[in-house]
Design a protein around this ligand. Structure first.
Ligand SMILES: *Cc1c(COP(=O)(O)O)cnc(C)c1O
Ligand SMILES: [Zn+2]
Length: 400
């Protein structure tokens, strides 16, 4: 079953509620204990599918949580959750693994997504790993290097001309007739998988695994004080909040962490809504959007933006924005500590600087920065992709 957290309506199938909010997969956290290991499937009791199919899906998650005293910010103790060690280099693999597992369990043979970045590569890889067909909808003007990285895994790539922001909705609307399980940025299945990032962090602290030798004899607390993630669609933010809610409901958290969500100042609809005290996130107009090095989190119309707003408020955190200028040093500092991350993934460390200045994070507090992805490598150069007009997408997907 699926639930709308906002109006509490329940659904058998679907992705979004009639009220417009994305749905969450129901779980029953009562009586759940922390597993003794990490990995997406260690949390099978809290997932819609308990076990992975054969192949790549088993490899998602289980990423290191690294205590890095060299990156401490004015006395705030920094831990980095290194999502770049996932099979395709980002946390998206957690959601793709669960999406693919559910498709296999349901006997669906085609999965899909709407992405021109990490999610596209991740879905294509996980579909390949489970021997499913995959269709990836990308914008017609996608740079070749990005296309090549996606094409490496052999999905069907459809370049779609027209308003790319609308494609999220088009894909969900066409999905049933097209027979494609679209696992988009905040699909219930993806969010279910992606909550394991935060569940792993909470598990590690609870198990006393989060201290480093640099902290001397001081043990880490059983719960981090704050978790900081970059936000684009809001799917990962939604998942982090779901994780905290489930762990709390299971009685596993004494004092839940504050959740902070970071955007690039050039494209920050969630941070704007938070600052204004708005109830909901509204889409930025084209003239309100600038260029940013943090391309993985530039989303002017985040489908789970309002969820990121609610999650920050509910946990005593915040939604905030950082300038590109403020990201360069943290990204270099992370590399200096041996941790290569893409610009979007350096925004949490930049945000810790802001949060220390505002005294929103105190000296001595333990802060987990989620380094969401490692960034682009090279891909295939032989790309076979068709281009269709947005109006013809239905026909391209075989919908009458
Ligand atoms: C997708 C992505 C994000 C943003 O996640 P959302 O769930 O869309 O908010 C952040 N960092 C990286 C590296 C990503 O790939
Ligand atoms: Zn609703």
């Amino acid at each position: 079953m699926l639930t709308c957290y906002a109006c509490e309506r329940r659904f058998e199938t679907g992705q979004r509620c009639d009220c417009g909010e994305p749905l969450w997969v129901d779980t029953d956290p009562a009586g759940i204990a922390w597993p003794d290991r990490d990995g997406v499937w260690a949390f099978g009791d809290l997932l819609p599918v308990e076990r992975p199919p054969d192949g790549l899906a088993a490899a998602a998650g289980g990423t290191p949580l690294v205590r890095t005293p060299a990156l401490d910010v004015d006395g705030a103790r920094v831990h980095v959750k290194l999502e770049g060690t996932n099979p395709t280099g980002s946390f998206k693999d957690r959601g793709s693994a669960v999406g693919v597992a559910a498709a296999v369990a349901a006997g669906t043979d085609t999965v899909g997504t709407v992405s021109h970045g990490n999610m596209a590569a991740s879905m294509a890889a996980h579909a390949a790993g489970a021997d499913l067909d995959c269709v990836v909808l990308v914008p017609a003007d996608i740079p070749e290097a990005r296309l090549g990285r996606i094409a490496t895994y052999g999905p069907r790539i459809v370049r779609v001309d027209g308003d790319y922001g609308r494609l999220y909705h088009d894909a969900l609307a066409l999905a049933p007739a097209a027979g494609v399980e679209f696992v988009v940025s905040d699909s219930p299945l993806r969010v279910a998988g992606q909550k394991t990032t935060t569940l792993e962090v909470l598990r590690a602290f609870a198990a006393g695994e989060a201290s480093g030798a640099g902290d001397g004899a001081a043990p880490s607390p059983s719960v981090p004080d704050a978790v900081v993630l970059p936000v684009s669609s809001g799917g990962h933010a939604s998942a982090a909040w779901k994780a905290v809610r489930e762990a709390s409901a299971a009685g596993l958290l004494d004092d839940p962490p504050r959740l902070y969500f970071v955007q690039a100042a050039a494209c920050a609809p969630v941070a704007r809504a938070f600052e204004r005290g708005d109830e909901a996130v509204t889409r930025l107009a084209p003239e309100e959007v600038g260029e940013t090095v943090a391309y993985s989190i530039a989303n002017a119309d985040p489908p789970s933006g309002t969820r990121a707003l609610a999650a920050a408020r509910d946990t005593g955190g915040a939604d905030l924005a950082v300038d590109d200028d403020a990201v360069a040093d943290p990204q270099r500092d992370l590399a200096g500590a041996g941790l290569r991350v893409e610009a979007a993934s350096a925004t949490p460390l930049a945000a810790v600087g802001t949060l220390r200045e505002l005294s929103a994070v105190d000296r001595g507090e333990h802060v987990v920065c989620v380094a969401t992805g490692v960034g682009y490598g090279s891909g295939s150069t032989a790309v076979d992709a068709e281009t269709v007009a947005r109006a013809d997408l239905g026909a391209a997907l075989g919908v009458e």
